[in-house]
Design a protein around this ligand. Structure first.
Ligand code: ATP
Ligand code: ZN
Length: 210
């Protein structure tokens, strides 16, 4: 029997809940902060602990058979993987935000404007779908400071409470995408018996919670 590999986030917002759901499936493994790989004692499975950004590609390329990662990260990576199950945690919304003083009301008013983001692919797709021609400034973090510095007219980022926006003089303008953690598989692994067994266990854990 082939030992499956599942990639989960090593540390960050999805790590704890990802470990929890696997433990609730009855999987027995050691979860040391220092290890990058754990062997499950009672199921043919190894757990790889990775940066979330790397998970879609690992699964697409079949280095991991399964993965748990935010939908936003999968879409941004453009990864070709199978979606098996939404997991109900890591929920967030990606929004376009503008300065609190802005009088902008229509999307078309973003034509010719600069938008700072760490999610250029998702933003470009949305702008194209809405026939908006804006300049995307790809920045790896702290995009909220852009408008205040005159670097951009708007930002596109993950917003949860809106507190970070507010403290940087910004307000939400458009909701572009809702995201949550999902279980993904390499194309072709959906019908593997062990994958199906694991999926069934995850689904019953989710049902028990509902
Ligand atoms: P890594 O070190 O693995 O690259 P990271 O810093 O990129 O981690 P986290 O901040 O841990 O990522 O967020 C992981 C995922 O959690 C996001 O991609 C998103 O799907 C989800 N998420 C839920 N709420 C939020 C939030 N308020 N801010 C950012 N991400 C959130
Ligand atoms: Zn990341």
């Amino acid at each position: 029997m082939k030992t499956l590999k599942i990639a989960i986030q090593k540390s960050g917002r999805l790590n704890e809940k990802s470990v929890e759901i696997l433990k609730n499936c009855g999987l027995s493994f050691e979860n040391y902060k220092s290890s990058l790989i754990a062997t499950v004692a009672n199921f043919p499975l190894e757990i790889l602990f990775l940066r979330d950004d790397d998970i879609p590609e690992y699964v697409q390329d079949g280095i991991a058979d399964l993965g748990i990662v935010g939908e936003n990260v999968i879409i941004e990576a453009g990864a070709d993987v199978s979606y098996l199950q939404k997991l109900g945690f890591g929920k967030c919304t990606l929004k376009i935000a503008v300065q609190s003083t802005s009088t902008i009301t229509e999307l078309s008013q973003l034509n010719g404007k600069a938008i700072a983001t760490s999610y250029p692919v998702i933003l470009q797709k949305y702008l194209s779908e809405n026939n908006v021609d804006a300049q995307i400034r790809n920045i790896s973090g702290s995009v909220e400071i852009g408008p205040g510095l005159g670097l951009s007219d708007a930002i596109f980022d993950i917003v949860s409470t809106g507190g970070t926006l507010k403290s940087n003089g910004l307000k939400p303008f458009k909701n572009v995408m809702d995201s949550e953690a999902v279980l993904i598989a390499s194309k072709g692994m959906e019908l593997n018996p062990e994958v199906l067994e694991l999926l069934q266990r995850i689904q019953s854990v989710l049902r028990a919670k509902a």
